[in-house]
Design a protein around this ligand. Structure first.
Ligand SMILES: NC(=O)c1ccc[n+]([C@@H]2O[C@H](COP(=O)([O-])OP(=O)(O)OC[C@H]3O[C@@H](n4cnc5c(N)ncnc54)[C@H](OP(=O)(O)O)[C@@H]3O)[C@@H](O)[C@H]2O)c1
Length: 279
């Protein structure tokens, strides 16, 4: 796969470092924004079965002039489809909606105690083995669960897509992903827009003529984290993509890391008992 911006080694694939997040892009917005993102230069689109917009992303993939082989498409299997057989059928449905024979990356959307992880990981490996996905990975797995999944999996676990932005450290998961040769992919990378008001990010951005959002996305890719900001505003597509013409100093990287705080988490799983990594 070739694209004109840096990729991030993730298990057995290289993921384009920035992608378009499509959560909450509804009523055709995912089609419009995917097409526009591809025009801007994005080569990575993140969707999920549960977002209800795979068919819109599929319509964009069918309409664009960008060859399929240049676009990294990620989708996710929802938790009610984790049993052997259900998972494979669910992937077929996703492929049909996306109008492709293969996705580039298939993620388990959230960890779930039943069925056993071994059964779900085996099913995930089966769809990779028969070519329905090029790579497999996880989303919202803790460090312990990520290591368990990696130990159970024949194929490398490429990435763990988790909430990650300046207000949330994710130190433990970053180290675990590193150890496993996987990447982290940052969801809610802009803290759902909150970074725009952050004085530290504004001050760093002023030096380079960049917005707090751009500084944040740069900070993520510069540390080897894949990032998938979402916008429904075409102008912001270009803004969020313009992060490859400047570099943060070590001191600036440290200033952004220092914004992490214990109550920085935004999103949570419906199971209130779910225990994230402490740091
Ligand atoms: N795996 C999971 O469980 C999971 C969970 C959540 C999200 N995700 C994925 O991660 C993607 C991104 O996360 P997210 O959608 O929660 O949040 P996000 O990307 O952090 O933030 C999106 C919000 O920020 C605004 N925004 C976009 N660019 C901006 C900029 N440069 N400056 C200031 N504000 C900006 C957008 O508003 P406008 O639309 O007005 O620009 C939108 O309200 C999702 O779309 C989805 O693909 C995955």
């Amino acid at each position: 796969m070739s694209q004109s911006y840096p990729g991030i080694r993730s298990g057995d694939v290289v993921m384009p470092s920035i992608g378009l997040g499509t959560w909450q892009l509804e009523n055709g917005a995912a089609q419009v924004m995917t097409e526009k993102a591809l025009e801007v230069g994005y080569r990575h689109i993140d969707t999920a079965q549960i977002y209800g917009n795979e068919q819109d992303v599929g319509a964009a993939l069918a309409a664009t002039g960008v060859p399929r082989g240049e676009i990294f498409v990620t989708t996710k299997v929802w938790v009610d489809k984790f049993a052997d057989g259900d998972l494979q059928r669910s992937v077929d449905e996703s492929l049909k909606k996306l109008r492709v024979d293969q996705v580039d990356l298939l993620l388990l959307h959230w960890p779930k105690p039943k069925p056993a992880l071994a059964e779900t990981i085996a099913a995930l490996n089966a769809v990779k083995a028969d070519g329905r996905t090029r790579a497999i990975g996880l989303s919202n797995f803790t460090s312990t669960l990520m290591q368990e999944a990696a130990a159970l999996s024949e194929a490398p676990i490429t990435t763990n897509q988790v909430e990650y932005h300046p207000y949330l450290s994710q130190k433990t998961l970053r180290a675990t992903a590193d150890k496993l040769g996987a990447s982290l992919t940052a969801w809610s990378p802009l803290a759902q827009g909150k970074v725009a008001d952050e004085p530290v990010l504004k001050a760093i951005g002023a030096k380079y003529g960049k917005t707090p959002g751009q500084v944040t996305l740069r900070w993520q890719v510069q540390q080897g984290v894949v990032t998938i900001p979402r916008t429904k505003n075409p102008a912001r597509l270009a803004e969020n993509f313009a992060i490859f013409d400047f570099e943060l100093t070590d001191e600036e990287m440290a200033q952004v890391y220092a914004l992490a705080r214990p109550d920085g988490r935004i999103g949570d799983w419906i199971d209130a008992a779910y225990k994230w990594d402490a740091e």
